[in-house]
Design a protein around this ligand. Structure first.
Ligand code: NDP
Length: 346
């Protein structure tokens, strides 16, 4: 009897070691990360579901019939706290993860606090991606940003231009963190066969965007100013810069649609750009916002004010070849965003 028990203990120890070796030496074909289709009942964790991107992902997944979500607000779970993140994964065991939580900000915030932008984003990525690996999450999507590309890279920005030059200094800390996140996903895939993918979206706008006049990006900033100009019957609205710089903009709900599509249809080792496919001058964007808001005054420019990079458009050829394209025009996306602003922010 004692001999049998010793044999059983020895066997279970051997099996554990064998299993561990299979996990750490895994390849794309190893059984833990065998490519699986995300089922409607699978447990999905959206990190950052209260933000613009995370909330768009939540809506899109619900719209497509997914029902089993595990969600935590920033207050309930601080993703920079490694132990808390590990405890959460241990308790909830999510099967699919969208990592859309990040410390996000405009130029001023990025320039003032590069240490926090680098540190907090690195911490969130290491904690979530590390726990997702340890708890055998079936698939994870990491949300990066087009600021990962070198500032002087040719346009449109192709995926292969990553790390071919110096980054834009104003948001270098943030960009370095995003590069680390996509590399972490790439290395976990290459080394352990984990099905972790990354996407790099262009500039986004939509519901739950930041309409604060001090901190807003181009679209929410213009919507607010044109709306106020309409209400106050102002004769003109002045746009910063020459109005000739170009911006590529994608409605966040469309971006979420692309993310869900890729989660269902893509398991490659390379990250994928998500863009609208064409860009507009700032003046064209301002005129479209003016039309959507119903502002009838003049639109002026102020060339003495900064207007940022002249052009930043991602090459979405890879995404198109995978079978996804946007459905809404810029004007349609802006109409939906303005309607949301009027109903929720006034
Ligand atoms: P938001 O600021 O709208 O949302 C960020 C989310 O992350 C919020 O839910 C926020 O919660 C949460 N969060 C921040 N810090 C923590 C933390 N320490 N612990 C837990 N949760 C935290 O940003 P977006 O939705 O715009 O961006 C999301 C992702 O999409 C980012 O990775 C960004 O790089 C990417 N992206 C965004 C673009 C854009 O134009 N907005 C363009 C390209 C990429 P709370 O608000 O309570 O702090």
């Amino acid at each position: 009897m004692t001999g049998l028990i010793i044999l059983l203990v020895a066997w279970s120890g051997f099996w554990e070691k064998f299993r561990e070796r299979r996990l750490v030496s895994g390849s794309a074909g190893c059984f833990e990360w065998e490519a699986k289709q995300m089922e409607r009942r699978d447990k999905i964790y959206i990190a950052g579901h209260t933000g613009m991107v995370g909330s768009a992902l939540y809506r899109k997944l619900q719209e497509q019939g997914y029902t089993n979500f595990v969600l935590r607000t920033h207050r309930e779970l601080d993703l920079t706290n490694q132990q808390a993140v590990e405890d959460f994964f241990c308790e909830e065991q999510p099967q699919y993860v969208f990592l859309a939580a990040a410390r996000v900000g405009g130029i001023a915030a990025n320039m003032a606090e590069p240490a926090e932008f680098l540190m907090e984003n690195l911490q969130m990525e290491c904690n979530v991606i590390g726990s997702a690996y340890r708890h055998r999450v079936k698939k994870l999507m990491f949300l990066g940003s087009s600021c990962i590309y070198p500032k002087d890279a040719p346009q449109p920005l192709k995926e292969e231009y990553l790390m071919t030059g110096l980054l834009e200094p104003t948001n270098e800390g943030y960009a370095v963190a995003k590069i680390a996140g996509l590399k972490l996903c790439e290395y976990y895939r290459r080394q352990y066969g984990a099905d972790f993918i990354s996407v790099m979206p262009c500039n986004l706008y939509g519901y739950y965007d930041n309409f604060d006049p001090e901190k807003s990006h181009i679209v929410p900033g213009l919507i607010r100013r044109f709306h106020e100009a309409k209400v106050q019957k102002q004769k003109s609205v002045t746009v910063w810069g020459t109005g000739r710089a170009y911006r590529e903009l994608l409605f966040a709900d469309e971006m979420a649609d692309a993310c869900v599509y890729l989660m269902q249809n893509y398991s490659g080792g390379e990250f994928v750009n998500i863009g609208y496919g064409r860009d507009y001058t700032v003046m064209e964007i301002a005129k479209t916002v003016g039309r959507v808001v119903g502002y009838e005054g003049k639109i002026l420019t102020d060339p003495d004010k900064p207007e940022g990079m002249y052009r930043k458009i991602v090459d979405s050829g890879k995404l198109r070849s995978l079978g996804w394209s946007p459905r809404y025009t810029l004007e349609e996306g802006l109409r939906m965003t303005y309607a949301w602003y009027v109903s929720n922010c006034l």
